[in-house]
Ligand binder design. Structure first.
Ligand code: DHB
Ligand code: FE
Length: 302
């Protein structure tokens, strides 16, 4: 049965008190956010006539599945929505152009080996430490700025899964070295980069886990296309979080985490046998020190 009590004075007062908002003064940011979240939740309870059993079942599910919240957030499109929100703010501020951002995902590990990738001095960088019976991936291109100028002294952070779709540090089989398929590559003055590794397989959420259970309940799957993640940081430029997803993967346009975006779906060139990707990154210039910093999202480290 549909009721209409959220708008009543009693519930509005309950919301103010629960969110710590007193009197007429608008509360600080946290109080205002908590109030809006609570009001949205109460409205959903009312609109869908959620029962006590259903509600406590959901609380139990979230508590039990808390360790997979980092997987559930992208799976529900919320991490992608954060990108859309940042894109919209950028567009309103006239900050357009460059390689699109897309989700970081939950599987970055800080502290990967920092290696020399100045191609005037050295060859392409190897990312893979562990044996992996699959084809070699090569990837190369350049990092430039908005006017096509080479970005000097960039650090390209790169990470991807192995041929089983598992990331080092998060591998349930425990089979991988801590930084397998993870590097920070220091580029030279020309902004060129090149690396080789073992071709990743598409990723799937852990079978039977909370993310998998939720996707199944929603009639969805928990698969991502094969992909390679990047952060690119360089003095004077805005730090970019992005990834390429292989355009010929069956899930290229059916990514459960909504990380695939137009402009980030290169199809590997197989004319030389093993897959080769050429991809150029274009950074925006930084407008403040904040632009050059990483978000303070908590990240794993090893
Ligand atoms: C998830 C896994 C990824 O590898 C990724 O890039 C994004 C999301 C996940 O498990 O939700
Ligand atoms: Fe990933």
């Amino acid at each position: 049965m549909m009721t209409d009590i959220v708008r009543t004075q009693a519930v509005q007062q309950l919301l103010d008190r629960a969110a710590g908002i007193s009197g007429q003064a608008p509360g600080p940011r946290l109080n205002a956010i908590v109030r809006d979240l609570l009001e949205a939740l109460m409205s959903v309870i009312e609109r869908h006539d959620i029962s006590e059993s259903e509600f406590w079942g959901a609380v139990e599910f979230l508590g039990r599945g808390a360790g997979e919240l980092g997987l559930i957030v992208p799976g529900l499109g919320i991490e992608h929505f954060l990108d859309l929100h940042m894109d919209a703010k950028d567009a309103a501020a006239g900050r357009v152009g460059g390689t699109p951002r897309t989700i970081e995902g939950p599987l970055y590990v800080a502290g990967a080996p920092l290696v020399d990738g100045d191609l005037t001095r050295t060859n392409d960088v190897n990312l893979t430490d562990d044996p992996d019976e699959t084809e070699e991936l090569t990837m190369s291109g350049r990092v430039s700025g908005p006017d096509g100028e080479p970005v000097e002294n960039a650090i390209l952070h790169v990470w991807h899964a192995n041929s089983k779709g598992f990331y080092s540090h998060f591998d349930p089989t425990g089979a991988q070295s801590p930084f397998n398929n993870r590097r920070r590559i220091r580029l030279g003055a020309d902004g060129r980069y090149a690396f080789h590794s073992k071709m990743p397989q598409g990723y799937s959420v852990p079978p039977g886990g909370a993310a998998d259970q939720l996707m199944t309940a929603l009639g969805r799957h928990g698969n991502r296309p094969a992909h390679v993640h990047f952060f690119i940081e360089a003095p004077g430029y805005r730090t970019l979080t992005t990834q390429i997803n292989f355009g010929d993967d069956p899930h290229a346009r059916d990514d459960f985490a909504f990380g695939t975006r137009e402009g980030l779906l290169p199809v590997p060139d197989r004319s030389g046998g093993s897959p080769a990707v050429h991809f150029d990154f274009v950074l925006q210039r930084s407008a403040s020190a904040d632009d050059e910093a990483f978000s303070s999202r908590p990240r794993a480290s090893a």
